[in-house]
Design a protein around this ligand. Structure first.
Ligand SMILES: [Zn+2]
Length: 142
């Protein structure tokens, strides 16, 4: 029996600045270009959350998912400076790190094995995706 998935779309607006304290000013500029500018800049982030569909009580289920994502992700980041988030104290606020953080935040709130994939659209041309580490997925997928 194959199980389908369902993807829900969420949005938040946030500011950030790509900068690493481990790099010199020149290295930061070289690595991040204008995204390293001192004053930061904003994005209208789109978050795509894919879960295995439960097959039963779908509407109620999605309502619950919406509530979880809004409380855990949207409320946390909307109209915030991502660089001020404690989780980004040691990490640069790249799309790669953001999508992993959102995965971690949601995985701890959802039923085990439910979360399939998280995607983050940062700009028209930048999309980041994360589907968990292979160890965490267990051997069930083959
Ligand atoms: Zn940016």
């Amino acid at each position: 029996m194959s199980q389908g998935t369902v993807t829900r779309r969420y949005r938040f607006c946030a500011a950030h600045r790509l900068h690493s304290d481990r790099l010199t000013q020149e290295e930061n500029q070289a690595a991040f270009g204008k995204c390293n500018n001192l004053n930061g800049h904003g994005h209208n982030y789109v978050v795509l959350v894919t879960v295995k569909s439960s097959g039963i009580e779908e509407a109620q289920d999605l309502e619950r998912l919406d509530r979880t994502v809004n409380e855990t992700v949207v409320r946390r980041f909307d109209h915030q400076d991502l660089n001020c988030d404690p989780e980004f104290a040691e990490r640069t606020t790249t799309g790669e790190n953001l999508v992993k953080l959102i995965w971690d935040l949601l995985e701890s709130k959802l039923m085990a094995g439910r979360l399939e994939k998280v995607g983050v659209i940062e700009t028209r041309d930048n999309y980041f995706e994360y589907a968990g580490s292979s160890q965490a997925r267990g051997g069930a997928r083959g």
